[in-house]
Design a protein around this ligand. Structure first.
Ligand SMILES: Cc1cc2nc3c(=O)[nH]c(=O)nc-3n(C[C@H](O)[C@H](O)[C@H](O)COP(=O)(O)OP(=O)(O)OC[C@H]3O[C@@H](n4cnc5c(N)ncnc54)[C@H](O)[C@@H]3O)c2cc1C
Ligand code: SF4
Length: 477
């Protein structure tokens, strides 16, 4: 059988076109390398043995950073912290360090707004009430207020959330409206075939479209590959695995852009820790949703950054958080950690507009790897965006803690840009409709297509862009 469309990956970039194409009467096969997890399979546990069943971990070649992504039916939506905010308008005007306007002219906030509406309605995204904001979030808002700055309640796809804080381990209560609650069951009802445990390995053009070779659950020890054919193929494996697949297929797709895998961007992610002064009520920083329910846009105008506060399990100390000048190890460290946890510790995350300077490649062992050095540009960015946080701490008599080198996030989960859309064919892999240059019918709809930072957590923009490209495909079939 020749499917109308084969989609590789079932996260935001994959599940959304799957539903829309099936609703338009197309036959659709989705290949997903992860398994299916339901509420009864999840545990409230941070044990790595457990999370490695549905998370993929990739490292940098200097081992300074590692990258987490969902590897499960529903992709990142199953394991994410649930923050779903729209990118501010200025995001789409970003000009990188090389003077290049990274977003194509055809994509901006106004264009995406109807698609953001569709995603938010499908996933029941709403702004939480102050009653749902954790004590940590409330305290972060208070610190900002003391400095004359604003703080907003954030937006989540949560229904009857119990504030247990295990969103990234999978929600056992079914409160988090991941893609498993909306797009995927609706796509199944519309006839989409989801094949889990199937890892796409190669894409080859043929006379009527493309052949996808994959390793499936029945491949056996010799990893023999199965094949399926599709009139069109949509890449939605995420910003590390979509370029990996294209790079593996390069011998069959010789006219691919040399930008495949390039322009890797971490969304400007910078982690910081705040030790609150004595005399404040305990914030019980492990309680609440995974993120603390608040976002501030107070620094957007001057710095093009947004900041979220997080709730923190005790394992957060494995991130080497310590006081400036003090050791992150030993008895003194233990006593100090005990004195601030869980009453006085706020961990926050900055997201901002940065140039994608890293790249993804396949190493000599055949493993996808990220090259993402701490460049001078990145150091300058981190120093610049940490300045207002230092000021915030000063106003509140709080202490900014040291995290990994200069606040560099050593665990990254907002990977973007490696098969980016763009107007300049020499600097982008796909056109503004997500169609890969020189290959009609080969599309990219996931985080790799997003040309640069989103300024906020990226999933809503990835999802809205996937809705937009799906509409283009259906309207131009
Ligand atoms: C722990 C964590 C917390 C996060 N929190 C937030 C948050 O609060 N808000 C937010 O906006 N974002 C958050 N993110 C980021 C967000 O989840 C991702 O940006 C988003 O899921 C990316 O969507 P995608 O469609 O590009 O890829 P994914 O959602 O990663 O989906 C890709 C899918 O493709 C599959 N796949 C890959 N390669 C192949 C192959 N060769 N064959 C078959 N299948 C393949 C993968 O198994 C995966 O299921 C978080 C991410 C993580 C890991
Ligand atoms: S905090 Fe809410 S959404 Fe997250 S796992 Fe707990 S109940 Fe589910």
């Amino acid at each position: 059988m020749v499917y109308d469309a084969i989609i590789i990956g079932s996260g935001f970039g994959g599940a959304i076109p799957a539903l829309r194409l099936a609703q338009a009467g197309k036959s659709v096969l989705v290949l997903e390398q992860g398994r299916k997890f339901t509420e009864k399979d999840f545990k409230q546990s941070w044990d790595f043995k457990y999370s490695s069943k549905f998370l993929s971990i990739t490292t940098s070649d200097d081992y300074q950073t590692f990258y987490r992504a969902g590897m499960v039916l529903g992709g990142g939506s199953v394991v994410f912290s649930g923050l779903m905010n729209r990118s501010p308008s200025e995001t789409f005007d970003f000009v990188d360090y090389n003077g290049y306007t990274v977003w194509p002219d055809a994509v901006n906030r106004q264009v995406l707004d109807p698609y953001y509406d569709m995603v938010e309605s499908m996933m029941q995204v709403r702004q939480v009430t102050w009653n749902e904001v954790s004590k940590t979030g409330g305290m972060f808002a208070k610190l900002l207020d003391n400095a004359g700055l604003t703080c907003d309640r954030a937006r989540y796809p949560y229904v009857n959330c119990r504030q247990c804080g295990y969103c990234e381990a999978g929600c056992i209560y079914g409160a988090k409206q991941s893609l498993m609650h909306n797009y995927i069951p609706q796509a199944q009802a519309a006839g989409v075939e989801f094949r889990t445990g199937c890892r796409a390995m190669l894409i080859q053009p043929n006379t009527s479209g493309y052949t996808v070779s994959y390793i499936g659950p029945n491949s056996g020890y010799n990893n023999s590959m199965s094949t399926e054919q599709g009139t069109i193929v949509i890449l939605a494996g995420g910003a590390i695995y979509s370029p990996e697949l294209l790079l593996r297929s390069k011998q069959y797709l010789p006219n691919l852009s040399n930008q495949v895998g390039q322009n890797f961007c971490n969304n400007g992610g910078t982690r910081f820790g705040i030790e609150l002064p004595d005399g404040l009520p305990s914030i019980e920083c492990y309680k609440g949703m995974d993120s603390a329910g608040v976002m501030t846009y107070a620094f957007w105008k001057d710095y093009r950054i947004t900041i979220e506060a997080g709730t923190s399990p005790a394992s957060i100390f494995s991130l080497n958080i310590h006081r400036p000048g003090a050791s992150g190890w030993g008895l003194d460290f233990k006593h100090w950690a005990h004195s601030i946890y869980p009453s006085k510790l706020i961990i926050g995350n900055i997201m901002g507009l940065v140039t994608g300077e890293g790249y993804v490649y396949i190493n000599s062992n055949g493993i996808p790897t990220v090259h993402f050095p701490l460049t001078q540009n990145l150091v300058n960015y981190i120093n610049r965006v940490m300045a207002p946080i230092q000021q915030l701490a000063k106003v509140n008599n709080a202490i900014i803690l040291e995290t990994m080198p200069s606040g560099f996030m050593y665990s990254i989960s907002h990977m973007l840009g490696t098969c980016r859309m763009g107007d300049d064919p020499t600097r982008s892999v796909a056109d503004s409709n997500g169609q890969i240059r020189n290959y009609t019918g080969l599309f990219v709809t996931d985080s790799s297509a997003i040309p640069g930072s989103t300024g906020v957590n990226p999933s809503t923009t990835i999802a809205a862009n996937a809705e937009r490209i799906a509409a283009y495909i259906v309207n131009n079939w």
